[in-house]
Design a protein around this ligand. Structure first.
Ligand code: SF4
Length: 347
């Protein structure tokens, strides 16, 4: 059985960040987030360890801003705490996130000494115009150089991308995914751009100079990207910002394709597209009924939110009946039944 993965999040506010990415409200939030200290990390880790299931894979994750951009002494004191837990065998791994232009050999040398396992890069896009219009302050080449260096040093590589930034398009998102896949990251995150209170993007949005993606567009693009990563064996660990008290339409999200179950919408859409492709390829259209066989854990994705996929198969593809056959021997594989051939066709 797969080990349970417990992530102990340590939010490191990046007060000294000299950048002003158009979508980020760090200037606004930096004064409000409590300083992270060695003592606070220890107490967070201890509280997670108390609740962690036996045998779980436990990882301390430094989130927020750009870890390797903060003062070196501060980095060392935070890493020291995590490293001591690692040495004592109480946690299994350390991960952190940073900017592509805050990686060099010297930085990777000391991260190796502290046994950091995974470095996630906020890449956002490989399109130079999108990077420029988002005020990222780094180039696509910076992403490639730092990613190659991270791999060369033996770290796991994570790449975070965004869709719907100013100047972005579906084609550019696909290009970004292709460039990302070529770097062979272990993990990827995809975030649709949201207009967050206190950001420059909010000003542009209010002046009608920025139009966010709508939910349907974001789900459609993300489902395409998800399939690209999956078919290349890359683990997409997150799609869409995690809903919190602040990240909600009643909180700091002013506009954009926010949905509390965004990933589920994307997974469902990706499955629907695969089913549709097979229906067309195998010439199922016009038949009265469709039988879909899959594993129990996949049922909600196949059915879709508010039975959206089933309704689409009925209304748009004309099946009078769509039946689900749950097979306990299946995991996420999907088959549809071809009655005239008396066989199951894998989706
Ligand atoms: S996204 Fe990162 S680099 Fe950009 S302003 Fe925010 S903290 Fe700084």
């Amino acid at each position: 059985m797969k080990k349970k993965h417990v992530i102990i999040p340590v939010f490191v506010p990046h007060k000294g960040c000299p950048h002003e990415c158009i979508f980020c409200n760090q200037k606004r939030i930096s004064g409000q987030i409590e300083e992270v200290t060695a003592e606070k990390i220890s107490s967070t880790v201890e509280s997670y360890l108390l609740k962690a299931p036996r045998g779980a894979f436990i990882e301390i994750a430094f989130y927020g801003g750009s870890f390797t951009g903060i003062k070196k002494e501060e980095q060392f004191s935070l890493l020291e705490v995590a490293y001591n837990y690692l040495k004592d065998g109480k946690v299994n791994s350390i991960r952190l996130s940073t900017r592509p232009d805050y990686i060099n050999e010297e930085i990777l040398e000391y991260l190796k000494e502290y046994n950091v396992g995974t470095i996630e890069l906020g890449a956002q896009s490989f399109d130079e115009d999108v990077l420029y219009l988002s005020c990222r302050g780094h180039s696509a080449d910076d992403i490639i150089t730092s990613s190659l260096l991270i791999k060369q040093y033996g770290f796991n590589l994570g790449i975070q991308t965004m869709i719907g930034l100013p100047g972005d398009s579906r084609e550019k998102d696909i290009y970004t995914a292709e460039k990302t896949i070529a770097l062979k990251p272990e993990i990827v995150r995809i975030y649709p751009t949201l207009v967050i209170r206190g950001t420059y993007l909010e000003e542009l949005y209010k002046k009608s100079e920025y139009v966010p993606l709508n939910l349907e567009e974001a789900v459609e693009i993300c489902s395409e990207l998800l399939e690209m990563y999956k078919s290349n064996g890359i683990n997409v660990i997150r799609i869409g910002l995690q809903p919190t008290e602040n990240i909600s339409m009643d909180g700091d999200v002013i506009a954009g394709p926010f949905h509390p179950a965004f990933r589920q919408l994307v997974e469902s859409r990706a499955i629907l597209k695969k089913i549709e492709n097979v229906i067309v390829r195998e010439k199922f259209e016009g038949k009265n009924e469709l039988i879909i066989r899959t594993g129990a854990k996949n049922v909600s994705y196949v059915v879709g939110q508010k039975r959206g996929n089933i309704n689409h198969l009925r209304n748009s593809l004309g099946f009078k009946k769509v039946m689900l056959n749950v097979d306990k021997d299946l995991d996420d594989e999907i088959f549809i039944y071809k009655s005239d051939g008396n066989c199951w066709v894998e989706v």
